[in-house]
Design a protein around this ligand. Structure first.
Ligand SMILES: Nc1ncnc2c1ncn2[C@@H]1O[C@H](COP(=O)(O)OP(=O)(O)O)[C@@H](O)[C@H]1O
Ligand SMILES: [Mg+2]
Length: 249
């Protein structure tokens, strides 16, 4: 069964620039905009440019690419946090998004309160959250800090809590944007175990990471993106090799 499908998806952002321009040049630009309203294309950036792919339920896919390639944009579109400029996106199943450190948490609330808040956002009932509350806290290794406001947490602690709530929720698709970058060694090892288990349960996993080694461990398939376009969508080793060769050029 198809889990995620992108058909000719383009996402365009307006490039915001704060540059000093003289009054004369600003008048000139205003004039040009009146004369040729659709002529100015240089202020737009195609974060994703006509991207198509399909991910089947149970696949684990690594998204690879240099900074600014369009990886996070792709995950935000899957999570329905932003909308495509054109093209269609189809997603089947409940999503657990781990896209930004602290997203889905309220800084003034405690870890305990945030587990309930985040759990509800992920579609869990209060009853379900209460049932697995202790497991969530133990997995995140935050027992001592669970009644402290999360604004006092380090980014690693945020990620541990976010990951723990997410994997205890009843999701079908896990999206993770560079979670290994802030997690420590122990956390990475735990993720490794957990991913193995999630894969056996048939969950779909889409990961962004600059650690090719981690991606090769977690994923069977890779999608390499460069300047908003897919360069290669293939078996993970092949994609990592191509990325390394490309970077050395
Ligand atoms: N909200 C936004 N507004 C304007 N430009 C954006 C926005 N989000 C991303 N971009 C631009 O889109 C491109 C792709 O960004 P992103 O998907 O974050 O790249 P990556 O995650 O691969 O590093 C970049 O050039 C970035 O500057
Ligand atoms: Mg990114």
């Amino acid at each position: 069964m198809t889990s995620i499908q992108f058909a000719n998806v383009t996402k365009t952002y307006h490039l915001k620039r704060e540059v000093y321009r003289s009054l004369a040049s600003q008048c000139n630009e205003a004039f040009l905009r009146i004369l040729k309203p659709h002529s100015d294309t240089k202020d737009y950036i195609h974060a994703l440019d006509n991207v198509s792919f399909e991910i089947t339920q149970g696949e684990s896919v690594g998204i690879i690419g240099a900074n600014g390639a369009g990886k996070s944009t792709l995950l935000r579109l899957i999570a329905n946090i932003s909308k495509p400029t054109s093209g269609t996106i189809t997603v089947h199943g409940q999503i657990a998004p781990l896209l930004e450190v602290g997203a889905g948490f309220h800084p003034e609330l405690t870890g305990r309160e945030n587990i309930f808040l985040n759990g509800v956002i992920l579609g869990m009932s209060k009853h379900d959250i209460r049932k697995c509350f202790d497991q969530i806290v133990t997995f995140a290794e935050l027992d001592k800090f669970i009644d402290s406001p999360v604004k006092l947490y380090s980014s690693g602690m945020y990620i541990r809590l976010g990951f723990s709530v997410a994997v205890h929720s009843n999701f079908d698709i896990l999206l993770a944007d560079e979670i290994f970058a802030v997690g420590d060694y122990r956390f990475r090892m735990k993720c490794l175990d957990k991913f193995g288990l999630l894969k056996k349960q048939g969950k779909t996993i889409v990961l962004i990471s600059h650690s090719l080694e981690q991606l090769q461990k977690h994923c069977q398939r890779g999608i390499l993106i460069r300047r908003g376009k897919i360069v290669i969508d293939a078996e993970i080793e092949q994609v990592c090799n191509q990325y390394q060769n490309m970077e050395q050029m």
